[in-house]
Ligand binder design. Structure first.
Ligand code: HEM
Ligand SMILES: *[C@@H]1O[C@H](CO)[C@@H](O)[C@H](O)[C@H]1NC(C)=O
Ligand SMILES: *[C@@H]1O[C@H](CO)[C@@H](O)[C@H](O)[C@H]1NC(C)=O
Ligand SMILES: *[C@@H]1O[C@H](CO)[C@@H](O)[C@H](O)[C@H]1NC(C)=O
Ligand SMILES: *[C@@H]1O[C@H](CO)[C@@H](O)[C@H](O)[C@H]1NC(C)=O
Length: 532
C-alpha cells in the first residue's frame, strides 16, 4: 500500500524574505539531497508523499479495511509508532532505539492494535537506500507535528534498520508510576521529560476499545483531548480544568497512567503547558531527542536544513548525434513570483572552461511552486521551481566533445543580478557515464544502452535500482556486461554498453567504476522507454 497522492493545497502568499544564502551542504550529495527533499518538499509542486497522508489532519488511510476504526488517524499512528520504536532504548548499554525494529515486535502486548502494521504498510514505500525505514518513521512523526499545528522539529537522517527485535520494552498503562519513571530513565528521559513526552504525544489520537477493551468498553476510539488531530496544548488545559475525557485519566484506576504521570510533580509541568509557547518549545526539543535516540554506534547526519538553491533530477542523455541533452530543474527556496525575473543556466565545458554561448534561460510557470508550513501557518515558506527546458527540445543541447563539467545560475530581477554558484565552486556534473537515447523496451524487457566516455576504461559498468525487500529498502545491482560498441553512427566520444534487464520499478541510477572512482548519474525516475 502506498499513498494515493492527492495534495489539495495550492498556492500560498507569503512575505518576501530571502533567507541568508548559507550553504547547508555541497550539492550533489545523494543522501542529503534525498533527505532534504523528503523533509522540505512538503506541499505543491514536486511535493513528497508524507504530507498527503495528513490532508486533512484527521485523515485515515485504512477506513475501508477497518470500517470499525472510526476516530483513527494517520497522524496519531505515526507519532505513536515513532515512540514505540524508540522506547526499546537502554541508555546503559546503548541497545535499542529508533531502528524500525517495531515491525519485529508486533506480538508484544504494548504493541497491540493495527496502527503499527498500518504505518509499516503505508510508509515502507517511502524508504530507500538514502532514507532508512527508521528515518522515514522519524520523519513521519516530524511531518505530523509540523503539518498539524506544531512547531518545527530538528530532523537528522542516518538511522539504520534493525533485522532483529530489541529487548527493551514499551510502558503499558497498568504498570504504575514507579515503573514508568524507571522505564523512561532507561530510555534516557527524566521524570519531568516523561511528563512532557506523554503530553506531547497524547495531543494526537486516543485509545481504541478494540485494542484496550478494559479501558474503553465500546464505541471505537475515545480521544485524549477534543483537538485530537491538532498539535496543541488542550491536552493540558482539559486535564487541569477537569473537563478531560482522556481514558488514561478518567478511566479505570488501574490503567490511569496519564493521570499518575501528569500529577507526579504536583502538576507543575502540566501547568507550565498552559502557555502554548512553552508546550510547543518543550515538545519540539523532546520529540527531536526522541527520534535521535538510536542504537549505539549509529551516526546521524547533521540537522537537515534546506538548500537555498537546489538542482534536482539533473541528467545528461547521450543523443548519438554529437550532442548531449541536459535536463533537470532547480528549486529556489523562499522565493516569490516576479514576472520580470529572468533565470538562466550557465555552464562550463568538461575542462571547466567557460564559453560565451554556454547559457540558456530556464522556464517557470506559476504552478511550479511548493510550500513548507509549520506553527499552524505562522511559518509559510514558498519555493519556486524552474525547468531546464528550451522551446525546441525538452532540455538544453550541449556538444558532446566539449561537454559539461559544472553549471550555475544567474537570477536577474530588474537591475539586480544574483549569481547562484555554490560559493564559486559551481554545481558539478559528471559526463563519464549516462543513459543513451537509443535505450528501448519490448515485451522481453528493457534494452538499456549506457554511454561511457571514450578513452576511459571502466572496470565495471552497472545499474543500481532501489527496491523494497521484506519491507526494507535494498539496492538491486545489475552489471552491464555487454561488450562496448563504439558505433560510428553514434559518434566517437562515447561507446555504448548494453544490458537487457527489467525496467526498474523505483528510482535507479547508472554507475561506472573508472580508475578507482565511482561515477554515477543522479537518481533517474521511473519512466517508460520507446519500443524497440
Ligand atoms: C507511560 C507511557 C505511555 C503509556 C502507558 C501510553 C499508553 C497508550 C495507550 C494505552 C494508548 C492507546 C493505544 C490504542 O488504543 O491502540 C496510547 C495511544 C497513543 N500514544 Fe501513548 N502511552 C505512553 C506514552 C506515549 C508517548 C511518549 C507518546 C509519543 C510521544 C505516545 C503517543 C501516543 C499516541 C499518538 C497515541 C494515539 C494512537 C491512536 O490514536 O491510534 N504515547 N498510548
Ligand atoms: C477547559 O479547557 C478547554 C481546552 O482549552 C476549554 O475548551 C474549556 O472551555 C475549558 N473549560 C473550563 C470549564 O474551563
Ligand atoms: C492535578 O490536577 C488535577 C486536575 O485539576 C487535580 O485533580 C489534582 O488534584 C492535581 N494534583 C495535584 C497533586 O496537585
Ligand atoms: C557555441 O559556439 C560554438 C562556436 O560557434 C559552437 O561550436 C557551439 O556549438 C556553440 N554552443 C552552443 C551551446 O550554442
Ligand atoms: C569542474 O568543476 C566541478 C565542480 O566544481 C568539479 O566537480 C569537477 O571535478 C571539475 N572538473 C575538472 C576537470 O576540473
Amino acid at each position: 500500500m502506498g499513498f494515493p497522492f492527492s495534495s489539495r493545497w495550492t498556492l500560498f502568499v507569503v512575505a518576501a524574505v530571502y533567507s541568508s544564502r548559507v550553504l547547508a551542504y555541497t550539492w550533489p550529495n545523494p543522501k542529503l539531497d534525498e533527505l532534504e527533499s523528503q523533509r522540505y518538499d512538503r506541499l505543491g509542486f514536486n511535493a513528497r508523499a508524507l504530507a498527503s497522508g495528513l490532508i486533512p489532519c484527521d485523515r485515515f488511510e485504512f477506513t475501508n479495511e477497518e470500517p470499525d476504526a472510526v476516530g483513527r488517524l494517520n497522524a496519531a499512528d505515526w507519532v505513536r509508532t515513532a515512540y514505540h520504536d524508540m522506547a526499546t532504548h537502554d541508555v546503559s548499554d546503548g541497545s535499542g532505539g529508533m531502528d524500525a525494529s517495531i515491525r519485529l515486535e508486533l506480538d508484544r502486548p504494548e504493541n497491540t492494535g493495527r496502527g503499527f502494521q498500518d504505518t509499516v504498510d503505508l510508509l515502507s514505500g517511502e524508504s530507500n537506500r538514502y532514507a532508512s525505514l527508521a528515518d522515514v518513521f522519524a520523519l513521519a512523526m516530524v511531518v505530523a507535528v509540523e503539518h498539524c499545528g506544531g512547531p518545527k522539529i530538528n530532523y537528522r537522517g542516518g538511522r539504520v534498520d534493525a533485522t532483529v527485535a530489541n529487548t527493551g520494552r514499551v510502558p503499558l498503562p497498568d504498570e504504575g508510576i514507579v515503573k514508568h519513571i524507571s522505564s523512561f530513565q532507561r530510555q534516557g528521559f527524566t521524570q519531568q521529560e516523561m511528563i512532557g513526552l506523554v503530553a506531547c504525544g497524547h495531543t494526537f489520537g486516543g485509545v481504541q476499545s478494540k485494542s484496550f477493551p478494559d479501558i474503553v468498553k465500546s464505541g471505537g476510539v475515545v480521544h485524549f483531548d477534543k483537538t485530537f488531530s491538532n498539535f496543541d496544548n488542550s491536552i493540558a488545559h482539559e486535564y487541569l480544568n477537569g473537563t478531560t475525557s482522556n481514558p488514561l485519566v478518567v478511566g479505570p484506576d488501574l490503567t490511569n497512567s496519564d493521570k499518575r504521570i501528569f500529577s507526579s510533580d504536583n502538576n507543575q509541568t502540566m501547568s507550565s503547558f498552559t502557555n502554548p509557547d512553552v508546550f510547543s518549545q518543550t515538545c519540539a526539543s523532546l520529540l527531536a531527542r526522541m527520534i535521535d535516540t538510536v542504537p549505539k554506534g549509529v551516526q546521524l547526519t547533521e540537522v537537515i536544513e534546506p538548500l537555498i538553491t537546489k538542482p534536482q533530477s539533473v541528467a545528461l542523455t547521450y543523443m548519438g548525434d554529437g550532442t548531449l541533452l541536459l535536463t533537470g530543474e532547480v528549486r529556489f527556496w523562499d522565493m516569490q513570483e516576479d514576472p520580470t525575473r529572468k533565470v538562466s543556466l550557465k555552464w562550463a565545458n568538461r575542462k571547466n572552461q567557460t564559453c560565451s554561448n554556454c547559457s540558456s534561460s530556464l522556464s517557470h510557470t506559476t504552478n511550479q511552486a511548493s510550500q513548507f508550513i509549520t506553527d499552524n501557518g505562522k511559518t509559510q515558506i514558498q519555493s519556486l521551481w524552474y525547468s531546464f527546458d528550451s522551446p525546441s527540445t525538452q532540455g538544453f543541447t550541449i556538444s558532446d566533445s566539449a561537454s559539461i563539467g559544472k553549471f550555475w545560475f544567474e537570477i536577474q530581477e530588474g537591475n539586480n543580478k544574483i549569481v547562484e554558484d555554490q560559493n564559486g565552486i559551481g554545481y558539478g556534473l559528471q559526463d563519464m557515464v549516462m543513459i543513451s537515447v537509443t535505450s528501448c523496451e519490448s515485451s522481453s524487457g528493457l534494452k538499456l544502452d549506457v554511454a561511457v566516455r571514450t578513452g576511459s576504461t571502466p572496470s565495471r559498468v552497472y545499474i543500481e535500482a532501489d527496491e523494497i525487500s521484506n519491507g526494507l529498502p535494498i539496492v538491486r545491482t545489475v552489471d552491464v556486461t555487454g561488450k562496448p560498441s563504439p558505433l560510428s553512427s553514434l559518434g566517437k566520444n562515447y561507446a555504448i554498453w548494453t544490458v537487457k534487464t527489467t525496467r526498474p520499478a523505483r528510482n535507479w541510477n547508472i554507475a561506472a567504476d573508472i580508475g578507482g572512482k565511482k561515477y554515477t548519474t543522479s537518481n533517474l525516475a521511473i519512466r517508460g522507454f520507446p519500443a524497440c
